[in-house]
Ligand binder design. Structure first.
Ligand SMILES: Nc1ncnc2c1ncn2[C@@H]1O[C@H](COP(=O)(O)OP(=O)(O)OP(=O)(O)O)[C@@H](O)[C@H]1O
Length: 353
């Protein structure tokens, strides 16, 4: 464990059960000050439980949680600080704004809880609202704002007391897709400008990869991989990570002579860095191109073609099999066409079976 004030959050060997159901199992993760940790994973993997343990809404069965070097939960030592003594900022999915209070009153709440003077409250609220671009809306009611603006009020309230750590619990999931895409970028800039230390829970991998410096991909109460976004995308540690991040096509393969054969196909691949007789290989979407110009190819049939703003979204079937490949291509292709797909063998990733 570390006591450095440079560490915003340190989670050590945390476990937690609901009755006989162990929902978190030996979680270890730490976060440097000024960085964002994304907690990403499918429904039920334990992200919200972990966030609640950090906030103090739940207590762990085992382990230690430190915020800015101070132990806030350590059952073995009888330490269990309630949420109000952890001094955290929190932003929730449903904004959790008080409808009968003005925007300024909502934002002032954490400072009033700390019994700050009226002048200090007014000054800090005005600064926080300016930072989220809502300086002109201080006297409005939350109901007179759009969903995106309400979420910015919630962010202003979370940062007004300059907490050592801000917790975001799926803050954009109530917004429609267009607004969400806009807010992800805004939020990412805001978090960087404010130099916030934050934990950001989401099941949307695009959000996590955009916003977080490090992402913990969770599965079944454990961290499957903890890495920066680039590393996760280029070197997923497991099939589950590659699958959850939808990095490309996962294919079962059998060792065959000095190479590999994709199960049920005539597609042969060069040797990979696994010793087992069977493996799953990832053919990343970004490694594939339409046409036969690349270093290696195979044939696939176009099953579906949809026009998107970014290109043509194609679903292809490796000829004569049920293996599907999805990719977005600048080139058009017609349903039923048999086309060549090129790829770079060095971009394949292998997982022992
Ligand atoms: N109050 C509770 N009582 C019993 N089991 C619970 C309770 N809250 C959560 N669980 C269980 O704990 C596990 C983890 O739940 P958690 O809410 O942390 O998952 P999550 O990853 O946040 O999922 P989601 O994305 O759907 O919110 C799940 O199996 C869930 O059913």
């Amino acid at each position: 464990m570390t006591n450095s004030s440079q560490t915003a959050l340190s989670i050590h060997s945390i476990s937690m059960s609901y009755g006989a159901n162990k929902v978190l199992d030996g979680i270890d993760v730490s976060l440097e000050a000024g960085k964002v940790l994304g907690l990403l994973g499918p429904s039920g993997c334990g992200k919200t439980t972990l966030l609640r343990l950090v906030s103090g809404l739940l207590l762990p069965d085992e382990g230690i949680i430190e915020i800015a070097g101070r132990a806030v939960a350590a059952p073995a030592k009888g330490i269990a600080l309630p949420p109000e003594q952890r001094g955290l900022g929190m932003v929730f999915q449903d904004y959790a704004l008080w409808p009968h209070m003005s925007v300024a009153k909502n934002v002032a709440f954490p400072l009033e809880m700390q019994r700050r003077s009226g002048a200090e409250c007014r000054d800090r609220v005005a600064k926080a609202l300016d930072r989220v671009g809502l300086g002109a809306m201080a006297e409005r009611r939350p109901s007179d704002l759009s969903g995106g603006q309400q979420q910015r009020v919630a962010i202003a309230r979370a940062i007004v007391a300059e907490p050592p750590l801000v917790l975001f619990d799926e803050p954009l999931s109530n917004l429609d897709r267009e607004l969400r895409e806009c807010m992800v970028e805004e939020l990412s800039d805001l978090v960087a400008d404010l130099n916030l230390s934050a934990v950001y829970v989401t099941h949307d991998h695009g959000e996590a990869l955009t916003l977080a410096d490090h992402v913990a991909v969770m599965r079944g109460g454990k961290i499957e991989q903890l890495a920066c976004p680039d590393e996760l995308v280029s070197n997923p540690a497991t099939v589950a990570v590659a699958d959850f991040l939808r990095l490309g096509c996962l294919l079962p393969a059998d060792r065959n002579g000095d190479g590999w054969q994709v199960e049920g196909t005539s597609v042969r691949l060069p040797d990979g860095p696994v010793a087992s007789a069977k493996s799953t290989l990832l053919l990343p979407e970004r490694a594939m191109r339409l046409g036969s110009e690349g270093p290696a190819q195979f044939k696939a049939r176009v099953l579906r073609a949809q026009t998107r703003s970014t290109g043509h979204a194609l679903t292809l079937g490796i000829e004569g099999t049920n293996h599907l490949i999805r990719l977005v291509s600048a080139q058009r292709a017609r349903i039923g066409d048999l086309i060549d797909i090129s790829y770079s063998p060095e971009e394949l990733r292998w997982f022992p079976a």
